[in-house]
Design a protein around this ligand. Sequence first.
Ligand SMILES: [Zn+2]
Ligand SMILES: [Zn+2]
Length: 747
Amino acid sequence: MTCVWDILASGVSAHARHFAEVYLPPPLLMGRCHLLWVTWVDLGGLPPPPPRNLRPYLESTRSKSTGASGVERLLLESGSPRLAAHPLSLSPPPPLPPAQSAREQERGREGARYPACSGRRVRTKMAAPLEEYEKEAGCVPILHPEEIKPQAHYTHGYSESLGRKSHIDDYSTWDIVKATQYGIYERCRELVEAGYDVRQPDKENVTLLHWAAINNRLDLVKFYISKGAIVDQLGGDLNSTPLHWATRQGHLSMVVQLMKYGADPSLIDGEGCSCIHLAAQFGHTSIVAYLIAKGQDVDMMDQNGMTPLMWAAYRTHSVDPTRLLLTFNVSVNLGDKYHKNTALHWAVLAGNTTVISLLLEAGANVDAQNIKGESPLDLAKQRKNVWMINNLQEARQAKGYDNPSFLRKLRADKEFRQKVMLGTPFLVIWLVGFIADLDIDSWLIKGLMYGGVWAMVQFLSKSFFDHSMHSALPLGIYLATKFWMYVTWFFWFWNDLNFVFIHLPFLANSVALFYNFGKSWKSDPGIIKATEEQKKKTIVELAETGSLDLSIFCSTCLIRKPVRSKHCGVCNRCIAKFDHHCPWVGNCVGAGNHRYFMGYLFFLLFMICWMIYGCISYWGIHCHTTYTADGFWTYITQIATCSPWMFWMFLNSVFHFMWVAVLLMCQMYQISCLGITTNERMNARRYKHFKVTTTSIESPFNHGCIRNIIDFFEFRCCGLFRPVIVDWTRQYTIEYDQTTGSGYQLV
Ligand SMILES: [Zn+2]
Ligand SMILES: [Zn+2]
């Protein structure tokens, strides 16, 4: 149970309490109890809390320069509407290529040890703040944006402030380079029409197309190309193309546009990198995705012999680019050309803990040696990083290296750990009842024995319980309780109870329960699958329509998310009509198994009621006490001493009765009255199609109580009803064909 309390202590309790206040009756609001947690998990689809040892590197996924998380950065890159709310959108100056000195400085600091491609952002030589630019231009911002022709695409907050210039003549003296940098379309057209050659580079050997690309001036790029600009012109200190510049800066829409005009992403810049390497080292996940989808090889080496994965491991602390590359099946164990370092070496060199975990999960070779004969573990030892050393050593042990001690070997075996987690509740539930049932009068001895059980649980949980498998524990508790309840039923109750009226319905109920449980546990909850080709097609389609946006695209599964679907963080997959991840059945609950899950809850509740009935009947027959004759307390103490095992089973039944009843009521309310899933209820504000007020959620999927039930359970009643059947794995909009069903009208 330690792990449950750890989770509560780790701050989830605040959410749990908030949720509990909304949903649970006051008697259950008793603080940190297991019931609350698991019920809450079940009701709310817990975003799995980060285990303690993962927290440091979860933090590290925040970008150091911007403070944006991986998700926020992807949103920024995709130019989502949320951009305006982000501090980055306020950064004023249009970026310009790095000054020579800055580059040399950077290289000097890096030393000769690493390849020349430096992962620095393209910095702003002219990084003049807006005020300075305004001073120079001799104008002050006022609120008449209409005086300047609005640009076709605003993706910089900067452009917006620029639009608020009062004097149209302010930029009439600007040269074409400056006008391009700031996206003054009219001025640029004027100069080109007056005879300026768009192919002519400026004094820094940079063409207008470069300036337009790095500043994301889509309309200017279109204009210059129509006037004869060469799309793959090399220029600047790094001898790179406009596409390189746009990639470095993370302008996906510009990359898309330039490639439409025939720009070649495989060209190499002066540092030996092609576009995919730049995108990987700057952490522009959506551009990496787009380039791969457009046919760039995931394992392509640049002139330094580095693959995109090595760059992502070395330069990017966010999980996104690495995870994306792994989804595209990169070769994890390739070594680079000069150092023979694998991606894992590079991740260790950069102290990139997030990526190290991902690579180890993906089966990176922990014993790969670089040109100096060093393994990643050797490098970690040189750096004296305890986290890395431990994790790499664990990975080695998991592969059976290092001849670990017997206990360590067992500990490293993931399957064994899972078995221990599932098996412990069987043993503990039996031991608790067995010790209580022992014919020993001394409570001291019994107390010592319970102390032994407690110590054993502590030992097992510390040695073998795995936080990443925390969903196995509730499943184990559920299976163990059910197992011992059946044993009790068949060995204690069989002779006491009537076969036809009690045993037969109990057995029939059990069959239904096992069937529904099996279906909920093992069947496909509605996983959204896609082949690699489909994934690439989706990325290209979304990128080219400007909608590679996290609200409709899953950056882990690389699929377009159907409406009502959600990515399950526990199982790491997208589920259609996701309800929640249920630890009691160890599976997600979604379009594929939600009905079985309801059946499971329903029959489980009945089974528990029978169990409670069985216990009460047993006491009536075997214990010489009655509630009416002896009063409440005597009755309770009498039955507890008469058969402690039975009393223990009774307590278990009551515990399970509570969570099952609460869950069943909640689910039925959501299905019939609200017409929404648990996930939608919890996160309604995230979805545009729900109207959320303080007291209610208006759902487009709510068609009235009776029809909701008919549609959900697909009741047909021999053709009496026609439910609306929707394939939620392919439904991308909230409009679906409702004419197929007539709800509860008679056909
Ligand atoms: Zn997903
Ligand atoms: Zn799941």
